[in-house]
Design a protein around this ligand. Structure first.
Ligand code: ATP
Ligand code: MG
Length: 362
């Protein structure tokens, strides 16, 4: 199976690792529905798909030679695995006292976190202090569950709201609007120098999975013979998505009754990508309109785009254009490393946090 480059686990040494306190490895973690990203004070940055799989039986275990598979590896071998995607909208799917499925999800979430930390390569003698970004609107139960699983893998932990981490990473904490476009949700959050409250946030379901669904619908309608899987379409989207007025033709080869055939999917890709713009601008309008009128203009001028879905080509300009039309102005910037925005910000919080704020676990 072909792998999308953005879904692979990868380790990228940054230009300048931050100097950690002796004996402590600080890690910032973004636990997402589709991807878990980690930025650590030793310079390691890793991202892996948020999937965990366990061999179904002795045959598959013998074949795979492993007890647990993670990320793309797990997706690739899914037919031989009990496969879990333990986070839904970035919230743990399970509660401590839940069903067998809940227990499976909890175990998978714990294993995912252990693996993410392991890939940050802590030294044997190092303590691990983690800041984990949770969705801004995550319930207390879900936050407790995340702290609960963190207990088994780190020495000290703090949770922070995900958009707060993104804004903190950019040194923009007052009068800024963060748009985090993930797989399951688009989270819009208004920041004004304090921790965001419920009224500062809007969550939309029109995120990456929604674009995939829309694209599948259009391809089925316009190219009835084309055969594809969800993953194949997602790969096509990640390679070509664009909301630009004029885009390069998107020519894709898909089988028709087993025979590779070329299709022009320019129009479908453009329409599916564009579908996420109007709901975002609706949400921005609500957050701006209910803000102190004196600061509304400033807020509109400081919109930050983050998350994997923000990589759609031309998206910043398209949102800006629609803001100008409907809200009378707007300035949208894309953060530099959209996939690591949450993790980088969480790492920065970890560094700046005084010792007494850490919850010690062991
Ligand atoms: N180049 C790209 N163009 C368009 N979309 C992309 C691109 N790369 C990744 N995506 C999409 O971004 C989404 C994943 O983004 P991200 O990793 O931020 O999500 P997440 O944090 O796991 O999800 P959530 O925030 O909903 O929990 C997926 O829908 C994926 O297809
Ligand atoms: Mg996310």
């Amino acid at each position: 199976m072909s792998q999308s480059p953005s879904e692979e686990s990868s380790t990228t040494p940054p230009a300048t690792p931050v100097s950690p306190s002796a004996g402590v490895l600080y890690v910032g973690i973004d636990l997402g529905t589709s991807r878990t990203s980690v930025a650590a004070s030793n310079g390691v940055r890793v991202t892996l798909a948020s999937y965990v799989g366990y061999p179904k039986d002795v045959v598959s275990k013998k074949l795979l030679q492993r007890d647990v598979l993670y990320g793309d590896d797990a997706i690739e071998h899914r037919l031989s695995l009990d496969l879990y995607r333990p986070l839904e909208h970035g919230v743990l799917k399970a509660s401590e006292e839940g069903s067998a499925e809940d227990a499976g999800n909890l175990r998978a979430a714990r294993d995912l976190l252990i693996e993410a930390i392991h890939r940050a390569r802590p030294r044997k003698d190092e303590l691990v202090y983690a800041v984990i970004g949770a969705p801004a609107q995550a319930s207390i139960t879900s936050k407790n569950a995340i702290v609960g699983i963190a207990r088994d893998c780190v020495d000290s932990v703090m949770l922070c709201s995900e958009p707060f981490a993104v804004a903190y990473g950019q040194d923009m904490l007052d009068d800024v609007l963060v748009i985090d476009i993930g797989a399951g949700t688009v989270d819009l959050c208004r920041m004004h120098g304090t921790m965001p409250e419920d009224t500062d946030q809007i969550t939309l379901e029109t995120a990456g999975d929604f674009v995939d669904g829309k694209l599948a619908e259009l391809v089925r309608e316009n190219h009835p013979g084309a055969q594809f899987s969800d993953r194949m379409l997602k790969d096509i989207k990640e390679r070509h998505s664009s909301v630009a007025e004029v885009m390069q033709p998107v020519l894709v080869t898909l089988p028709v009754a087993g025979k590779p055939t070329e299709f022009d999917m320019t129009a479908e890709i453009q329409a599916a990508s564009r579908a996420i713009v109007p709901p975002i601008v609706d949400g921005l309008g609500k957050l701006v309109g209910s803000f102190d009128p004196e600061f509304q203009e400033r807020l509109k001028g400081r919109v930050l785009l983050a998350g994997g879905g923000s990589q759609i080509k031309g998206l910043d300009l398209a949102i800006e254009r629609e803001m100008v039309e409907r809200l009378g102005g707007g300035k949208v910037s894309r953060i530099e490393e959209p996939l690591y925005g949450g993790a980088n910000g969480a790492l920065k919080i970890a560094h700046d946090m005084p010792e007494e704020f850490w919850e010690k676990l062991k």
